[in-house]
Design a protein around this ligand. Sequence first.
Ligand code: ADP
Length: 705
Amino acid sequence: MYKFVDQIYLNEEKCVGCNKCLTNCPVPGANIAYLVDGNIKIKVNPEKCIHCGECIKVCDHDARYYKDDTERFFKDLQSGKKLSVVAAPAIRVQFRKYKKLLGYLKSLGVNFIYDVSFGADISIWAYLRTIKKYNCNSIITQPCPPIVNYIEKYQPELLDKLAPIQSAMMCMAIYMKKYAHIKDDIAFLSPCIAKADEIHDENTHGNVKYNITFNKLSEYLASNNIDISQFEESSFDDMGCSLGFLFSRPGGFKENIGYYIKDAWIKEINGTEYAYDYLRGYSNNLKQDKEVPLIVDILNCSNGCNFGTGTCSKCVSAERIDQVDSEFNKLKSAKKKDKGGKLFRKKVDWLHGYFDKNLKLEDFMRLYNRNVVVNNIVEPTEEQYDEIFTKLNKHTEESRNINCLACGYGSCKTMALAIFNDLNVPSNCIDYNKKEVINEHYISEARNEFFTNISHELRTPLNVIYSVLQLESTYKDTLVIDDIMKYNDIIKQNCLRLIRLVNNIIDVSRIEAGFFRPLFKMENIVSEVENIVLSIKTYVDNKKMNLIFDTQKEEIYLSCDTHLIERIMLNLLSNAVKYGREKGTIKVNIYSKDSKSVTISVKDDGVGIPEEMHEKIFERFQKVDTSLSRKNEGSGIGLSLVKSLVELQGGTITCKSVLKQGSEFLVTFPIEHQDHKLSENMESHILYKKDSTENVDIEFSDIYF
Ligand code: ADP
């Protein structure tokens, strides 16, 4: 059974949700963004994490950290447990006085200390023999655990290409156990966080029990005030390495194997930003039967194991890298220089002869986990993508392709994919947040505008009513019946104006709150509209206007809510009367251009509306500010309500108008509304009925005129 090793952790308090970890993570879904009290935090998903260490490296806030076995190792050693150690070649880089460190460990009771460079020599021998024995045409090197993790979890099709050989560390440990007969538990002095995965993998048979990273080891020494320079130097207990120590630098494997196989195509890939992309491309090439290298020498860390994930990342600099390289070069030429290299050649041949004679290749072979694929990200359908984008306030193609990288992915589509898979949250999208801020701003502006407008519209008729009542009471003894009738009429008109305004406000807010659903019925829209037109005749006559009703057919059946049709028509007709010409003509026309829709037109020959306002007048509180229309008071709510009522029934409304010539409002409805069926068994759900004005006993149309 494959065990996920939990190694990289989040310090939630330190995480500021900057998304750098997400940006730099090479695999999908290994980071999960979530909200804590409205703040973004990003945690590790241990199942998907390959322990490449990038998130720890890039986090400026120290919010990501890892654990290793350093404390446990020293505790066990102090309690008398028999332990031996294998040290990565990078020990030469990480501890200048590494021989003193070895002396210190020996002083604590460590039994044997072997150099993994010697294990690297064994592993090179194993590679050469394997390539020859199995006639391999392409092989991926495997000393780097994040690479192994990645292939096991994300590209299992490459498992057969992953070298079936244990790493240099494991080769060393196997040699110690099987051939040097060391019975102790073995600890690895390590440059790599992810070596823990290899150590705990059942395919490495528990040969190594502790992963002690150089970083944590330095911290341990510092926090316990241990000065290693006080200790005697000690050397490694193995027979001494060949070129294996070069393993820890980028291309070190190539330098080793290249010594034995001349002119072979050995591809060197180093660094998180290239390695995983390369493996995807390599896999595609294999699928298409294209040429691939004989050996892919691949490492997760761009500066190799010398500056691995378990070393001090802040200590890496270009100067230091060159310095280390030059030290390694010196060591290399020291190894090779004797007698023009002849002696070295002899030594190498001897070493491989020794291995052939004394080691069994099978002991150093390795298997891999085959059923740990974790790439279970579900791809949404087009509709589901659309839903997520809508949630993100992304309604246009352009806004769905901003691809700004702020969320960490660099593509809006990947962000939508992550949200769909519960790996991220909308508020981690900067574009979404910007729009939310702008919306907030508009909402608060609209709210302010609403209160300014409404208070004016409410106060004006109330002031008129109050003044008239004051006048009546002051002159009560002298008023004649004609005066009283005149004053009462003014009061009545202003009361109606108030009722209309209050009704409109209530309707708009109910529609906005989503409380309202039309009750669709198949109705003859021609007779419905004709009755409404007839009901306002008196008001049209008062202005000496002409009212013409025209229809293409006597009967046109439409799926609609007749209460709403009445509200729409009364609003449009009252505007036509208000803004129409004295003695002018109002034309109402119904026609159906095809069998799918019906259009109702309300046309006047009045003041008209300037072109730039043709769309705006449907927004709330929009009033045309021309000398022609200003004399008509109004709240600017009517047309926005009409638009909502039309849209609730699946229709559209447009305005055609020429200044001083007149305006035409065209309302088009689909004959059959998709919610029609739904309404058949539905209780009436009307937001506003005639009887809501029953207390004042007035005609519905009176409110509008
Ligand atoms: P109001 O209560 O102000 O009439 P509406 O929302 O019904 O509110 O209309 C908004 C504005 O559109 C009006 O103030 C007016 O300037 C203009 N308008 C509406 N209908 C007409 C029309 N038929 N002719 C000219 N202007 C109109």
